[in-house]
Design a protein around this ligand. Sequence first.
Ligand code: CAA
Length: 257
Amino acid sequence: MTQVVLTEIHGKVGLIRINRPEAMNALNNEVVDAIGAAVDAFEADENIGCMVITGNEKAFAAGADIGFMKDFDYMHAYKTDFITRNWERIKTTRKPVIAAVAGFALGGGCEMAMMCDMIFAADTAKFGQPEIRLGTMPGAGGTQRLPRAVGKAKAMDMCLTARMMDAAEAEKAGLVARIIPADQLLEETMKAAATIAGYSLPVIMMIKETVNRAYESSLNEGLLFERRVFHSAFALEDQKEGMAAFVEKRKPVFKNR
Ligand code: CAA
């Protein structure tokens, strides 16, 4: 049987590939559970400092699997806690996750990419929230994360008209961190992930947690949180090592403590 999600470890980077090419990587329970299990395994692995999630050249993921959910009724969706039950593991991991998006990232696919800490897009990437065409609405964070990323005007435009955004527009609007030629997407994303994973793991986690705090607090509360975490970084052996290495003009050797 084909595995719908493939995982690989490259040095200190955990790679997750969504592998349902026959269905444009549509996200059903099997795929989402397997992504969750992969994140669990990489989270538990001390060696891993960063994760990358990707699809194939045609699609990151074309959304929640429409065939799988078409006959859901309200009680089923509510009782099984559809989406909340298993989709948000990417959001809760303390290690950074980069989405490497080529081709379509639509509906739940766009939403899953937005759950990641940043999106690197191939020049072929297309983002959209076309649920309205199916008589439904975004339900995995699109109405909340998209306006935070691109502003209300573009978020309303995409969710209400179902139009797609190409990579250039997505980058200009702030949805995407980098645009990379499609044939170099994975290589370049893995390089960036390796750069991150080469730093001190507790510092990586502190930075991720603190940047995310910016979306959950007022400016002054966020600044206070930053200052406290920054102060706590002076307790790290890796801070002593990093600063000593700079002064001694050598490369630091981080021990993740
Ligand atoms: N669910 C299930 N199957 C899907 C799918 C999806 N979201 N998207 C594509 N597929 C399947 C197609 O049914 C097709 O299967 P068959 O070959 O068995 O017919 C196969 O993938 C290839 O797709 P197309 O033939 O349609 O390929 P295309 O190149 O002509 O079009 C596309 C590509 C524009 C992505 C088009 O497939 C499409 O519009 N897909 C649906 C996108 C969508 O509406 N996503 C939102 C889903 S709802 C959601 O995600 C809710 C939420 O917020 C959680």
